[in-house]
Design a protein. Structure first.
Length: 196
């Protein structure tokens, strides 16, 4: 098993519709997924003491990304190539245990687990999911993507679309955070409501 196969793939299938009380809209792709609201707490409780001084856990439909900050004593005086070396050593030393934890999390949450480490100003993702996303674009939107490709900003329409999404995310982070908070509140209220 390679590290990129740390946790395998989650099971997907057709499930109950939202009308049957399974959270917000999203279609069959998310209908069978168990909630992962407690993933941050679960990982903080499951990770060995001493690995990280801080843990950031991000969850979406396909992936749980765990990025840990190495302790202050590990960061002391490490920058540039030395930080990269310490991150590489941590990656090698913890691989077997990270695979074991990821397999447990995959069984619990039905999502692939990706790992990363932060040391001072240096951050490295060891694994990550690159999920295909189907979208339909009209000619004006396709022309924007083609302009980015023709100008050498992106290698393909797919790269141009990913670049555009990252750019929007950077410039609209506060608004997106408010939107996520509002959606979480709606999910909470929906869960407390009467079932049909």
């Amino acid at each position: 098993m390679t590290e990129n196969d740390d946790e395998g793939r989650g099971r997907r299938g057709r499930g109950r519709s939202d009308r049957e009380g399974r959270g917000r809209r999203g279609g069959w792709q998310v209908a069978d997924l168990p909630p992962a609201d407690d993933a941050g707490a679960w990982f903080r409780g499951r990770l060995p003491d001493g690995w990280f001084s801080e843990v950031d856990v991000r969850v979406d439909r396909e992936e749980i990304t765990v990025v840990g900050t190495l302790s202050e004593e590990q960061a002391a005086g490490a920058d540039g190539a030395e930080a990269e070396g310490r991150i590489s050593r941590f990656r090698a030393d913890t691989k077997a245990e990270r695979i074991e934890i990821a397999l447990e999390a995959q069984g619990r949450y039905q999502r692939k687990v990706s790992w990363g480490v932060r040391l001072g100003e240096t951050e490295a993702l060891f694994t990550h999911v690159s999920a295909p996303v189907m979208t339909r674009l009209r000619q004006p939107e396709r022309q924007v993507l083609d302009t980015l490709v023709d100008a050498g900003v992106a290698r393909s329409r797919s790269d141009a679309l990913a670049w555009s999404v990252r750019l929007v995310g950077q410039h609209a982070e506060e608004w997106l955070g408010q939107l996520r908070g509002a959606m979480a509140e709606v999910d909470k209220l929906r869960g407390e409501g009467p079932s049909l």
